[in-house]
Every structure is written in structure tokens, then in C-alpha cells.
Design a protein around this ligand. Structure first.
Ligand code: SF4
Length: 712
């Protein structure tokens, strides 16, 4: 028996796990690591399934090449030869923008793909870069970019010291935290209670978090921006604006006062479904609390006014004097800080060819990827590289995108499974299991409610190449070096660049992500090296979050832009919406399950047991009106498409709203995920409308999709 201590890479919580293996290298037990400095023994069902993932017989063990419509296993050399034969001619004939990239959400949990994916994307030089960010959190990057000058400077709730937590559109008891790295959320929320604090949840559904909270407001989906503006309005009207020490770092306070003027509690109450008196009370309690934090997540970002809502969350944190203060919303200081010159945030450096959407953080909205593939003309997308992504399940109007992929001249997928998307590729390049690669949560320590770091070496050797090598092989091909590119030389080149940006000498005692992480640690704020982290298998704790303003600011003015022009110019659209008659038609929202993370891990039997989760939750009054019966089939129709799923009548959901989980729909031919196929669920993105977007950020509306529902 051997025991390994690893950081779980399966969600944002970064739990430390203890993995036990027998003499045949079989995982016999996975449990929480009691000594982990951050998670202190916490584990959820996903983490407990790490062994099942490692031993999953459906995981790919060799590259696949499609020949005459059928996949065959080939050597790595054959796979790269095929790519070198087919990809460069497309670039030569049609230009670099003819190759699109879709980077999926698991890549952010994978240090090789995080660090070396960007090397490939830069070498490719395409403007057609898409990722899961535009179906998730882009509005938050946009608001942070415009307010603080850095799209990655996202303040997180100081959960362990706050006395008042106002949550909008988030269900951390089930998601385990998002844009907020915080293992054992239940323990931390309980801590707020034990300190005499208060938790208020605003959500159309009585989620697990809402049920746990002291107060729940079932808001109409997509109206958070109205509520948040009304809270701002009350703070100004009642002279409760107290930015404290931030006052000397702020621009735009008077502009915000003016912008909020028309969004009175009385004006927004019919929209939000929350009474004006309740909104006033919420604002007063927020202002009067010893400290407080407003936290908004997926329900506030994947909606038509996601950027305004994301901005107003931090406006409220500023106005109540809770930004950058203990117990409020604070900026983590990760051990690995991004290296290089920080430049003020810019958007719209290029636009999508067909629908003219502006680039944000180097990306175009994935909602328009199908347009770019389908529409002929110069710049048409003819090839696609997907990296750890399943956009055929996770992006809007998934049915259209699935069809569009059939028009490509060439497609490569880097993926551990043959899933609903990678089945359409010409070449599939697999990677090692999480236990066969080193791990470091580069992205999530930047969002952590405590400053911590933990390095996980690979527990087991891998028969497959590490994904950083795969990324460099692909880089060599798109850079014109062919399939025999010298990976070691490319890696030295990447490391030299990181070292130069960090103002350090490049080192040669390590390779791959280990060397890059070591360089970034050396350039970081805590005087630690990778060797220090290697000597601390339960992680290193650098303490609670500390104030970082003004050092964290990267705006051109060097100040907090409380009323940033790119966001402010979207406010008239919100005002116009307020002037329209209230639309009380049925809308669809998503929902999350503790045993699932988007479309991941549905091929693991322990995580999908318990029957079909893809029910259409509907309020009893709506069910009666629509003639729906519990357990009967409902047909859900939108502009984009139609699906059928069993009805679950529950008063957990607000009237006028239905809910279906996202990330499912495994009932397609050609994928090799037998457990998922036997538990397919339905693909809610078949009815998600790719034409509905948050205008500034191009993020898809996945919460608040207008639908019609009838018995099937
Ligand atoms: S909460 Fe997240 S990080 Fe922790 S064990 Fe579960 S999946 Fe892993």
C-alpha cells in the first residue's frame, strides 16, 4: 500500500485528498486530507471518484484517427503526421483565422493545458479563439477589467470573516464555490452563522444554499441588475454611501449616483418580484452590517445584463466600504502571480466576422462559432482544435453547432474521452489521468478566500505523453517546424520567455510546468520555490487575505473606475428594458448537482447513480395551468430548438420559471462513454438561444431563456 497526497483537480475548491493505492497501483481509497492547510479533510463525491476516473476503461489510451468514418488507434507519430499533412495547408491557403480553437473548462484545472495551451494559441495566431468563459463568467472579467484595469483582478468574498453575505445567482453548497475558491463551503457558511452573521440568497430557486440561508428572495431570472441598481439607489437616497479609505482611490461616484436615480425600489419591484420595502431593508442591512460582501455568480453572469450585474456587485461592495476590507470582497494574492507588464484592459481589438461581436480578453463569443463555420467567405473557419472541451453539450443551440462541425475540413480534439464533441474530430489526442500528471491550481489560487498554495507531483507514471508535450508538438506544427519539432528546445524557449518576464535567469534543473511554476513562484510575493512546496505535501498557508488597493489597480488612471465607460454605455439598454411592459412568460434556468461539474464525469457510475437528474422542475401552479403531471413528459420549446424531459413538480422553483440541469445529453452515436450513454439525460443547450447575449461581454443567456412548455 502507498499513500499519495494530491490536490483534487475536479472543481475550483482545490481540496487536498489522500489517495491509497495497492501494490498493483490500483486506487483502493480516496479520502479528504485532514492535514491539508486549506480543506482540512473536506471531500465531496466528485473527489471521492478520482480512482474511478483513473481506472475508467473508456478513457482513451492511444491517439485516434478517423479513416473512412471510423476511428482507429494509431501511434503518436501517425497522428502528428496526419495533422502536419492536413492543418498547415489550411493555414497557408486560408490564413490563420481559418483555424478556430475551443478551450474547455477542464483545461483551467490542468496546469499543462493552462501554461502550454497559451503557447499553442499564440503560435497559431487565430482571432477565432473561443472558450467556456463566454458561456460562464466573462461578464465578471469584463467588469473587473473596466473597474480595476485587470480582468483577472476579481475580488472574492472574505468568507471566513464576513458578517453579512448577500449571494445572487450562486449555489455554493452544490457547486463548492465558483470564482471563489473555498473548500468546505458548508463549514464556512456555518461559521458566518456561528459569528452571529447573516446569509441572504437571491435566486429563482430555493437551492440548497437558499434553504440554508437566513433569508431567500426568489427573484425573476435575469433581473438581478434591476435589484442591484435599486440597492445602489437606496444607499444614495438614504445617505448611506461610505466608501471609507477607498474614497481617495475612486473616480465616478457621482456618475453612479446619477445612473441609479431611475432604478428606485418601486420601479424595479414588478420586474424582480421583490417588494420595494424588502429591497430597502436589504440595502439598509448591507450598509449597517459590521462588514458585508455581495457575491454574484452564474445566475448573474449568464443573463442578458450580466456585465451590468457583475459591475454593480462590486459597486455595492465599494459603496458600503467593503471592497478590499476584511470581511468584504478582497483580492487574493496568489503565490504565482502572472508575469510580465500589466497593461490596462481593452476590448474590441477585433470583431467576429459574421455578427460583429467584439473580442473580450482575446476571445470571441462561442455563441457565434457556428456562424463562423457555416458562413462562406474570406476568414471562414475551416478547421477546429478543441482542447478539453465539449461544446456540443455546453454551448447554446448545441444542435446547430453539432451540425456545423460536420462542415469543417479538419478537426483535432485533445481529450481524455471520445465524447459528443471529440467524436466529430479527425484526430483525437488523449492525455493522462489526473493521477498521472502534476497539478497546481494556477487559476484558482487567484480566487482563493485564503492565500494558499499546493503542488501535487504525478502519483503514477503515465503511458501517454504529458499534455504540455502534446501542446508543444502541435505548436511545432502550426509554427512550421513539422511533426518532428524539438519539444525540449520549444520548452526551453517557453521557459526563457517566462523567466525574462519575471526578471529571472532561466533554470535547467526541471522541464515542463514544474519549471514554469518554479519560475513564477520565485517571482512571486512569498519567497518560496517549488522545492518548498514539494516539501509541504499538505500545502502552504500564506494567511488571510490582505488589502491590495492601490497596488492591484491597473487602470490607466491608477484609480478604481466606479463608472467605467464601456459598462455605463450599456445602461440605457437596461433602462429601456425597465420601460417595457413586464413579460411574465415562462423562462428556463439551469441547475447544478453536487456529483457533476458541467458535462464532466458523467461516465463515472458512482456519480450518476440515483436516476435521471434531467427533470423539468416546474412550480405547482404552472404545472396545473399547463396540464403537466409529475413524472409525465414535458416538451420544452424555444426559438432555438426543442427537447423532452420528465416533469418534476416542486415549489422549490419560482412560478414562471422552469429548471433543467446543463451538461447532459449523452444519447448520441459515436461517443465512447458507456456509463454516460446509459444515463444520458437531456441536452438543455438544445433550447438555449445562440442569439441571446449579454451585449458588452458576448456571454450567452443561459439563465432566463424564453420557452414554451406543454405535455409531450
Ligand atoms: S469539492 Fe471540488 S475540489 Fe473538493 S473534493 Fe469535491 S470536486 Fe474535489
Amino acid at each position: 500500500m502507498t499513500t499519495a497526497h494530491v490536490t483534487c483537480p475536479l472543481c475550483e475548491a482545490t481540496c487536498g485528498l489522500e489517495v491509497t493505492l495497492d501494490e498493483n497501483q490500483q486506487v483502493t481509497r480516496v479520502q479528504g486530507d485532514d492535514q491539508d492547510v486549506f480543506s482540512k479533510g473536506y471531500i465531496c463525491p466528485k473527489g471521492a471518484s478520482l480512482g474511478a476516473l483513473h481506472h475508467d476503461p473508456d478513457r482513451l489510451t492511444a491517439p485516434l484517427l478517423k479513416r473512412d468514418g471510423e476511428f482507429v488507434e494509431v501511434s503518436w507519430q501517425e497522428a502528428y503526421d496526419e495533422i502536419a499533412r492536413r492543418l498547415p495547408p489550411i493555414i497557408e491557403e486560408h490564413g490563420r483565422d481559418a483555424v478556430a480553437v475551443y478551450a474547455g473548462n477542464p483545461g483551467v484545472h490542468n496546469i499543462a493545458l493552462t501554461l502550454y495551451g497559451r503557447v499553442l494559441y499564440k503560435a497559431l495566431g487565430t482571432k477565432n479563439f473561443y472558450s467556456a468563459t463566454s458561456v460562464d463568467q466573462m461578464p465578471k472579467h469584463y467588469s473587473s477589467g473596466t473597474m480595476f484595469g485587470d480582468p483577472l483582478a476579481i475580488p472574492v468574498p472574505d468568507l471566513d470573516r464576513t458578517q453579512h453575505l448577500l449571494v445572487l445567482g450562486a449555489n455554493p453548497l452544490v457547486s463548492n464555490g465558483s470564482l471563489m475558491t473555498a473548500p468546505d463551503i458548508r463549514g464556512r457558511l456555518r461559521g458566518i452563522r456561528d459569528r452571529g452573521g447573516k446569509i441572504v440568497v437571491v435566486d429563482p430557486r430555493r437551492t440548497r444554499t437558499a434553504a440554508f440561508a437566513d433569508e431567500h428572495h426568489p427573484i425573476r431570472p435575469g433581473t438581478d441588475a434591476f435589484l442591484l441598481f435599486a440597492l445602489v439607489n437606496v444607499l444614495f437616497e438614504e445617505d448611506r454611501v461610505t466608501p471609507g479609505r477607498l474614497a481617495e482611490h475612486l473616480d465616478g461616484l457621482d456618475d453612479v449616483r446619477e445612473l441609479a436615480r431611475s432604478f428606485t425600489p418601486e420601479a424595479v419591484a414588478p420586474r424582480t418580484g421583490i417588494a420595494a420595502g424588502e429591497i430597502r431593508r436589504m440595502a439598509r442591512e448591507l450598509a449597517d452590517a459590521e462588514n458585508a460582501v455581495v457575491y454574484g455568480r452564474i445566475g448573474t453572469t449568464t443573463q442578458a445584463f450580466g456585465t451590468i450585474a457583475s459591475w454593480l456587485v462590486d459597486v455595492l461592495n465599494v459603496l458600503t466600504g467593503n471592497l478590499d476590507e476584511p470581511g468584504g470582497a478582497m483580492f487574493p494574492l496568489a503565490a504565482c502571480q502572472p508575469t510580465g507588464n500589466r497593461r490596462p484592459f481593452k476590448v474590441g481589438r477585433w470583431h467576429s466576422r459574421v455578427r460583429g461581436y467584439p473580442e473580450v480578453v482575446g476571445e470571441l463569443p462561442v455563441a457565434t462559432l457556428a456562424d463562423e463555420i457555416e458562413s462562406p467567405g474570406e476568414g471562414q473557419v475551416r478547421a477546429l482544435i478543441t482542447v478539453s472541451g465539449n461544446p456540443c453539450l455546453s454551448t447554446p443551440n448545441a444542435g446547430r453547432l453539432t451540425q456545423a462541425l460536420g462542415n469543417l475540413d479538419f478537426m483535432i480534439s485533445v481529450d481524455v474521452y471520445l465524447n459528443e464533441t471529440s467524436r466529430q474530430a479527425d484526430v483525437v489526442l488523449p492525455g493522462p489521468s489526473p493521477l498521472e500528471r502534476p497539478h497546481f491550481d494556477l487559476a484558482f489560487y487567484q480566487l482563493s478566500v485564503r492565500n494558499v498554495a499546493n503542488w501535487t507531483p504525478a502519483t503514477l507514471p503515465s503511458a501517454l505523453p504529458q499534455e504540455w508535450e502534446t501542446m508543444l508538438r502541435l505548436t511545432g506544427i502550426v509554427a512550421g517546424q513539422g511533426p518532428e519539432a524539438d519539444v525540449a528546445a520549444l520548452d526551453d524557449f517557453v521557459a526563457a520567455d517566462v523567466a525574462r518576464r519575471a526578471g529571472l535567469e532561466v533554470t535547467h534543473d526541471r522541464t515542463g510546468p514544474a519549471r514554469l511554476v518554479d519560475l513564477m513562484l520565485r517571482a512571486g510575493p512569498y519567497d518560496v520555490t517549488l522545492a518548498d512546496l514539494e516539501a509541504a505535501p499538505h500545502g502552504m498557508d500564506f494567511g488571510p487575505l490582505k488589502p491590495r488597493i492601490p497596488e492591484v489597480l491597473c487602470t490607466a488612471s491608477g484609480r478604481i473606475e466606479l463608472a467605467p465607460e464601456p459598462v455605463v454605455k450599456d445602461v440605457p439598454r437596461l433602462r429601456d428594458e425597465l420601460a417595457k411592459p413586464v413579460d411574465d412568460g415562462l423562462v428556463l434556468i439551469g441547475r447544478r448537482h453536487l456529483s457533476s461539474n458541467n458535462s464532466w464525469m458523467h461516465n463515472l457510475a458512482p456519480l450518476v447513480r440515483g436516476g435521471n437528474r434531467c427533470t423539468v422542475q416546474v412550480h405547482p401552479a404552472d404545472a396545473a395551468r399547463l396540464g403537466l403531471t409529475d413524472g409525465g413528459l414535458a416538451a420544452v420549446t424555444s426559438r432555438a430548438g426543442k427537447l423532452e424531459a420528465p416533469v418534476e413538480i416542486t415549489d422549490e422553483i419560482r412560478q414562471g420559471v422552469i429548471s433543467i440541469p446543463h451538461g447532459w445529453g449523452h444519447d448520441v452515436d459515436g461517443a465512447r462513454t458507456r456509463v454516460a450513454r446509459a444515463n444520458p439525460g437531456v441536452n438543455s443547450n438544445l433550447v438555449a438561444d445562440e442569439t441571446l447575449l449579454d451585449v458588452p461581454s458576448g456571454t450567452s443567456v443561459l439563465n432566463g431563456i424564453p420557452v414554451e412548455v406543454a405535455p409531450a
